[in-house]
Design a protein around this ligand. Structure first.
Ligand code: HEM
Length: 150
């Protein structure tokens, strides 16, 4: 079933967006510490880095930057197309998305603390993450299917 964003989720994500942006580097760093515990995920990035070096950092930056456009999703279309293309090149699959969710959300709490990153905030960010992830997963599945048919 397609996920939806409630007005409450949009409001919380927008309200916390600036704090996440301000601490973006710390959150990104913490997220990768958590994410690269999983060898099968780290391998995707090791292989990708040989081709493009700095790009892994864009993943978290994109998720955080998404907050700014969560009420203007049409602005995200070109960015989403680039992400889909890169994910398909590097072999990202639907099964990888929970790893990023489970690294990003605790990283937000680690850095901002539980007074700012309350349960309600993390819940809203979880909803927002999966809303974006669902769009990416659907577009990537369609692209993989085209590649098989080609
Ligand atoms: C909502 C979730 C995600 C967002 C917003 C996102 C965003 C991005 C962005 C912006 C890029 C750079 C695209 C470019 O070249 O311009 C990227 C690349 C990449 N992403 Fe994602 N991503 C997400 C989920 C994932 C997941 C689940 C994985 C796998 C664990 C993953 C692995 C990668 C890899 C391997 C690259 C290529 C890095 C490189 O070129 O060195 N991403 N992603």
């Amino acid at each position: 079933m397609a996920r939806t964003l409630t007005p409450e989720t949009v409001a919380i994500v927008k309200a916390t967006g600036p704090a996440l942006q301000q601490h973006g580097l710390a959150i990104t760093t913490r997220m990768y510490e958590r994410l690269f515990i999983y060898e099968e995920v780290r391998e995707l990035f090791d292989m990708a880095a040989q081709a493009s070096g700095e790009q892994p950092r864009r993943l978290a930056a994109a998720i955080l930057g998404y907050a700014q456009n969560i009420d203007k999703l049409q602005n995200l279309t070109p960015a989403i197309e680039r992400m889909v293309a890169r994910h398909v090149e590097t072999g990202v699959k639907a099964a990888h998305y929970p790893y990023v969710a489970e690294a990003l959300l605790p990283a937000i709490r680690d850095v901002l603390g539980e007074d700012v990153a309350t349960d309600a905030v993390l819940d809203a960010w979880g909803q927002a993450y999966w809303f974006l992830a669902d769009m990416l997963i659907a577009a990537e599945a369609a692209r993989y299917a085209e590649l098989v048919d080609a």
